[in-house]
Design a protein around this ligand. Structure first.
Ligand SMILES: NC(=O)c1ccc[n+]([C@@H]2O[C@H](COP(=O)([O-])OP(=O)(O)OC[C@H]3O[C@@H](n4cnc5c(N)ncnc54)[C@H](O)[C@@H]3O)[C@@H](O)[C@H]2O)c1
Length: 257
């Protein structure tokens, strides 16, 4: 049974991804800063083989420990999904160094550390798929998100570089770039009053938020050797057309008539 490590899997997109990979017969290792026991229990109840580990992806000692467990129990992971991430909506000129560093650490340093330590094992076996969860905020600027956007642009750079460096040794590295998804992250961001559902819906050609399941399906595609075995280094938007659409808003809304 292939083994998948999914970070940030206690809720939101990480949980949806873990659930889909479990349905597709993967054994799951759920990693999260908060306890993922309830998530693991739900997946086990559906018949999955699941282990939940609490830890901070920023912490290299945690990544080393995780890699040692994976090596002991499975030899190497087949799939790594770097999904854990944090959001920050603050004007650039007001962003503190501590805020900048935390966002960069979780969203970029964390994926680097897990790619490094789990990637070493995949490289030794000359097989593996890594999917990094970036964002449309990694493809273009969005105001008041300097740290978040820089971290996601950096994650895309890391993805492309590892794809170039590791593709010849059997390890594929790709990224998904979701548009806005209805998760706890969006609840918190929208709850801060800085945007409304209609702002997002009006911006998206397909006129809705992403569902976590839409994005999980794209991640599972990129994780699956049989479906995407020659896909390496891509940044796949899962955004209902947002990043392809440079229409002004009234034109976009007219297309829906
Ligand atoms: N929600 C959106 O609209 C949206 C859009 C584009 C991209 N994304 C990206 O998708 C990913 C998942 O987002 P989500 O909406 O499910 O968010 P979420 O806040 O609902 O879930 C994120 C999970 O990551 C965990 N986490 C945070 N910091 C961690 C750390 N240091 N170590 C381990 N776990 C940590 C949290 O505890 C949480 O369970 C993130 O990388 C996010 O940037 C989200």
């Amino acid at each position: 049974m292939p083994v998948a490590v999914v970070t940030g899997a206690a809720q939101g997109l990480g949980y949806a991804t873990a659930a889909l990979l479990a349905q597709r017969q993967h054994a799951l290792i759920l990693v999260d800063l908060q306890p993922a026991d309830a998530a693991a229990e739900r997946l086990r109840a559906a018949g999955a083989s699941v282990q939940a580990l609490q830890g901070d992806v920023v912490d290299e000692a945690f990544a080393v420990d995780l890699a040692a467990r994976v090596a002991r129990d499975h030899g190497a992971a087949d799939v790594l999904v770097n999904n854990a991430g944090v959001s920050l909506i603050v004007p650039a000129e007001d962003t503190t160094l501590a805020q900048w560093q935390r966002v960069m650490s979780v969203n970029l340093q964390g994926p680097f550390l897990l790619c490094k330590h789990l990637g070493q094992q995949m490289l030794a076996r000359r097989r593996g798929a890594i999917v990094n969860v970036a964002s449309i905020a990694g493809l273009a600027g969005i105001s008041h998100r300097s740290a978040y956007n820089a971290s996601k642009h950096g994650l895309i750079g890391l993805t492309r570089t590892l794809a170039a460096e590791w593709g010849g040794r059997g390890v594929r590295v790709n990224a998904v770039c979701p548009g806005w998804i209805k998760t706890e992250m969006d609840d918190a961001d929208r709850g801060s009053g800085r945007y409304a559902d209609s702002d997002i819906i009006n911006r998206v050609p397909m006129a809705r938020f992403a569902r976590a399941e839409d994005v999980a399906a794209a991640i599972a595609f990129l994780a699956d050797e049989a479906q995407s075995g020659f896909v390496n280094g891509v940044t796949l938007p899962v955004d209902g057309g947002w990043s392809s659409d440079a229409s002004w808003e009234s034109l976009r809304l007219r297309t829906r008539a």
